[in-house]
Design a protein around this ligand. Structure first.
Ligand code: PGA
Length: 249
């Protein structure tokens, strides 16, 4: 009932030529968009070129945005501008943004509201560090991130939100959570959303992220709570991205 999503997060990778090469390589090989939503989240200067060439089955996303309409925020990009460019999705609160650019639960909440107001589909990231996992506080930490991110949002808004559970210790490390562990935490996130916002929680897509590879995607997607994946490293090569989006073939 929840349409799966496979989203690539290119981070600060690829030149324009490399990005276009990727787009041309995947353009006519994407799966049916009714069966699966596919997204590539690219660096801001590449977005326009990608949007113009994305084809019908691949959507383009940004990796961050500012929470204000406009203003004196040197270097930042507004949601409105992303929307105008034809971008459909935006990652909010990625752990790298939280760690290196001081994004907080409060700013995540503001960005989330701004994305929804503008008509972008937000992919909101949460996830615990290794210390938190080892101290047995994963559920408490992640559900608190969810409470704060979703503050003041009503049930209607919730349906448009995508959540990505990305344990920080699994990002870019090759150490993925097991499918069962990821399913358990995502189940806890959904139960928490249900307690906060009601049955709409059953409609919210919750993705797993952290060292997802073509070899692990099937196992993850077989889990009942996992609705897709946010993929960094393995989304950079067109061949590997195609394997990921065709996991069910
Ligand atoms: P990774 O990155 O797949 O390279 O671990 C995932 C992410 O940061 O979104």
């Amino acid at each position: 009932m929840r349409t799966p999503i496979i989203a690539g997060n290119w981070k600060m990778h690829k030149t324009r030529d490399e990005a276009l090469e990727f787009i041309y390589a995947v353009a006519d090989k994407m799966p049916d968009k009714e069966k699966i939503e596919t997204v590539v989240c690219a660096p801001a200067p590449l977005l326009r070129s990608l949007v113009k060439r994305q084809g019908d089955h691949l959507r383009i996303g940004a990796q961050t945005m500012h929470e204000s309409d406009e203003g004196a925020f040197t270097g930042e990009v507004s949601a409105q501008l992303l929307k105008e460019l034809g971008v459909s999705y935006v990652i909010i609160g990625h752990s790298e943004r939280r760690a290196y650019y001081n994004e907080t639960d409060e700013s995540v909440n503001l960005k989330l509201k701004q994305a929804l107001k503008t008509g972008l589909k937000p992919i909101v990231c949460v996830g615990e560090s290794l210390d938190i996992r080892e101290s047995g506080k994963t559920q408490e930490f992640v559900t608190d991130q969810i409470t704060q991110a979703m503050q003041d949002l009503d049930a209607d808004a919730m349906e448009k939100i995508i959540i990505a559970y990305e344990p920080i210790w699994a990002i870019g490390t090759g150490k993925s959570a097991t499918s069962a562990d990821a399913n358990e935490t995502i189940g806890q996130i959904r139960a928490h959303l249900k307690a906060l916002k009601g049955d709409v929680a059953n409609k919210v897509r919750i993705l797993y992220g952290g060292s997802v590879k073509p070899a692990t995607i099937q196992g993850l997607m077989q889990e009942p709570e996992i609705d897709g994946a946010l993929v960094g490293g393995a989304s950079l090569e067109s061949s590997s991205f195609l394997e990921l989006v065709h996991y069910s073939d």
